[in-house]
Design a protein around this ligand. Structure first.
Ligand SMILES: Cc1cc2nc3c(=O)[nH]c(=O)nc-3n(C[C@H](O)[C@H](O)[C@H](O)COP(=O)(O)OP(=O)(O)OC[C@H]3O[C@@H](n4cnc5c(N)ncnc54)[C@H](O)[C@@H]3O)c2cc1C
Length: 379
């Protein structure tokens, strides 16, 4: 069976990896640019299970299990230092308590921290302005370039053809099937087509007459000079400030600071947003006063491929029998990639997802109005 995967980001490569693990031999991945050039090499590399929908909690629990399982086999670098969700207001802490009960139903061991416990987890946090925190010990981070390159080398070793600078311009249908993909470098025929091209999946699948509700929303992480190891958790989130400012520290010492900002969908990736720096720094400096002495040296842009309910779109694309999608990760596609790969492989090979709850996330949900809900879009 010939499979064509469109998009050589982390999702496309994990889909190819799983298909080959399941015995498929003829798997090609094409990319309009170089592998990883989309959101993948622009992300923070953080992961967590502390979501607010059953779909996300169940799938992320499995995805993190899979990242850790593959850690030794593929020599991935992964650390699990937890996420610290900071509540400034007592009402927020009450909300966190309900969230912890929800997580425990799924065996996810989040917990509420008193101010003394917050100090133990992160001694530099200014607890004078904080009511408490939620801690997710399952969460962590990884260096994205290293892990992506290791996966890329592995899929190539397994015989997957990865073809860069080949843009899919049109899906050609014949009856209930997609027969071929027209690309900037000729036509590719295949038996199965998987579109894993983030926000561009919308344009690609539109050529086969199907609407996919994904919008690319710009994100702007700001990077500081490198410092000695300073913060303990993988990510610290100021949940009570609009836009949820958050920060992490890379293994080379730079802090990365980010928050949700209003921006124009698909704004060019070189758009300048230095105006946002004070809006990110002010709340984070209140929580971590040492930040007033750090120097921001650069920033980059990338898109969150957002769906209306902030969950990915997985699985078959009706009315076609051989077209699948994995896109719309709404800021969480790096952490979801291992489960994405296995889900799409099971849909293709067994006709259904190997985890039932994933069937709530097909494209069909928008047609019938059965949206799911996620309140915590961070990273
Ligand atoms: C600033 C930022 C921070 C983030 N932080 C996190 C985080 O901490 N944790 C987390 O889990 N996620 C995070 N994300 C989200 C994560 O990066 C994405 O969800 C994930 O990388 C999606 O991977 P993908 O392979 O689906 O898409 P992409 O990496 O975008 O890959 C899609 C590929 O498709 C290719 N393509 C597009 N159109 C075509 C075409 N017509 N033909 C052929 N190829 C095409 C592109 O060139 C691209 O390489 C973050 C994202 C951003 C922008």
């Amino acid at each position: 069976m010939r499979t064509l995967v469109v998009g050589a980001g982390i999702s496309g490569l994990f889909i190819a990896y799983e298909l080959v693990q399941h015995g498929l031999r003829d798997v090609t991945v094409v990319d309009a640019s170089y592998p990883g050039s989309g959101a993948t090499l622009r992300n923070l590399g953080c992961f967590r299970t502390s979501f607010t929908s059953p779909e996300h909690v169940v799938l992320l629990k499995e995805s993190i299990r899979r990242w850790l399982q593959l850690k030794d086999r593929l020599d991935f670098e992964i650390t699990q230092k937890g996420y610290l969700w900071v509540a400034r207001r007592p009402e927020t802490l009450e909300g966190f308590k309900k969230l912890v009960e929800f997580h425990h139903q799924f065996g996810v061991p989040t917990r509420i921290l008193s101010l003394d416990e917050v100090k133990e987890v992160e001694p530099r946090l200014n607890t004078k302005i904080v009511a408490g925190a939620m801690f997710d010990p399952t969460a962590g981070k990884m260096p994205i370039i290293e892990n992506f390159v290791k996966l890329y080398i592995e899929v190539k070793k397994l015989g997957v053809k990865v073809v860069p600078y080949t843009k899919v311009t049109k899906l050609v249908s014949r009856g209930s099937k997609i027969a071929a993909a027209e690309t900037s470098r000729g036509t590719i025929e295949a038996d199965v087509f998987v579109v894993a091209a983030a926000g561009d999946s919308r344009d690609i699948i539109a050529t086969a007459g199907v609407d996919v509700p994904i919008v690319d929303i710009p994100r702007h992480p700001y990077v500081t000079e490198p410092y000695a190891k300073t913060i303990n958790p993988a990510l610290i989130i100021d949940w009570d400030t609009p836009g949820s400012p958050h920060m992490t520290q890379t293994k080379l010492g730079s802090f990365i600071l980010a928050r949700d900002l209003e921006d124009v969908p698909r704004a060019p990736l070189h758009s300048e947003r230095v105006d946002a720096i004070p809006h990110i720094l002010k709340p984070l400096k209140e929580l971590l006063p040492f930040l007033s002495r750090v120097n921001i040296v650069r920033y980059w842009m990338g898109y969150y491929d957002m769906t209306p309910d902030h969950h990915p779109i997985y699985g078959p694309v009706a009315p076609y029998e051989n077209l699948y999608i994995a896109a719309g990760f709404s800021g969480h596609g790096m952490m979801m990639a291992p489960v994405t790969g296995k889900l799409i492989a099971s849909w293709i090979l067994d006709g259904k997802p190997y985890i039932d709850i994933a069937s709530n996330l097909t494209l069909e949900r928008f047609r019938v109005g059965r949206l799911v809900k996620e309140l915590a879009v961070i990273g």
